[in-house]
Design a protein around this ligand. Structure first.
Ligand SMILES: C[S@@+](CC[C@H](N)C(=O)[O-])C[C@H]1O[C@@H](n2cnc3c(N)ncnc32)[C@H](O)[C@@H]1O
Length: 268
């Protein structure tokens, strides 16, 4: 089956993966979204902005805490999915996180979980987060500790590197590299206009359902480490992944360890 062009800086790409993302990724990113929110002062009425909301991991969890949420994403499909829940305290707008169409200081809390790290101009994304946070307000940013990402992306990247070491894949996003280092993350938050960053590693396994291998090309269609390979290399990587997963499975799933860095900072 043909795979969608993987260009995370193109909203049209994200529009094509909304259902896949919600089914495969959001249950996993939701864990880190809740971990980020738990580090913020959120109470009923807190004005919270979710930057690069995807299918709503942060927005929906913040809404459950009573926050008044605005969820933004440059993918109209993602925003529509969040709004389809019909929650009275969740608004959504299609918007580029690198140039927020929002007033200065409008939010008590601003959160981006695995979002801003992907932006072409992620430094602008962080600056925009600081600009719209009110003085005294807080922000939380979650990024992956491994610049190659996590879950199936990381698994595929590891197998690909082992099988085709001469065909190494450059990390496509400088944000994922710079921000995957705790010192780099802290420095960039300060540079963007935040103060007192506190960064904690948070671990959580991704449980890859073994049934994924029944239709592997479709299931792993979101990963650039696979889509950028020739068809015969892709087949070889998928076969080796299956072999490793069979060897390490626990019941119906294969656990893939992941570590995120969650940074919380204050707007002076
Ligand atoms: C890995 S997903 C994260 C989604 C969600 N925060 C979560 O944790 O599940 C990245 C999201 O960033 C969005 N995105 C990428 N670049 C963007 C930009 N410049 N402005 C707004 N959203 C963007 C994508 O559309 C996608 O929904």
């Amino acid at each position: 089956m043909p795979m969608p062009d993987h260009n995370p800086n193109d909203p049209a790409y994200w529009d094509t993966v909304v259902a896949n993302y919600e089914a495969q990724a959001q249950p996993f990113t939701g864990f880190f979204a809740e971990a980020a929110l738990a580090r913020l002062d959120i109470s009923p009425g807190t004005r919270l902005l979710d930057v690069a909301c995807g299918t709503g991991a942060v927005a929906l969890a913040a809404a459950r805490l009573g926050a008044e949420v605005l969820a933004i994403d440059f993918s109209q499909g993602m925003v529509a999915r969040v709004l389809s829940h019909g929650l009275p305290n969740v608004a959504g707008r299609q918007m580029d996180g690198q140039a927020l169409d929002l007033p200065d200081g409008a939010f008590d809390a601003v959160v981006s979980v695995f979002g801003v790290m992907l932006f072409a101009d992620w430094r602008a994304g962080l600056r925009e987060m600081a600009r719209v946070t009110r003085p005294g307000g807080q922000a939380a940013v979650a990024v992956w500790r491994d610049p190659r990402g996590a879950a199936t992306h990381l698994f595929i990247a590891q197998v690909r590197a082992d099988l085709f070491p001469d065909h190494a894949m450059a990390v496509p996003f400088s944000g994922m590299t710079v921000l995957s280092d705790p010192d780099g993350l802290a420095a960039c938050l300060v540079e963007a206009g935040f103060a007192d960053p506190v960064i904690v590693p948070v671990h959580h396994d991704f449980h890859l359902n073994m049934a994924a291998f029944d239709d592997a090309e479709r299931f792993f269609a979101m990963s650039p480490a696979l889509t950028t390979l020739a068809p015969e290399q892709r087949t070889a990587v998928l076969a080796e992944m299956r072999r490793r997963a069979e060897a390490g499975r626990t019941g119906d799933t294969y656990p893939i360890p992941a570590t995120a860095l969650i940074a919380v900072a204050r707007r002076p």
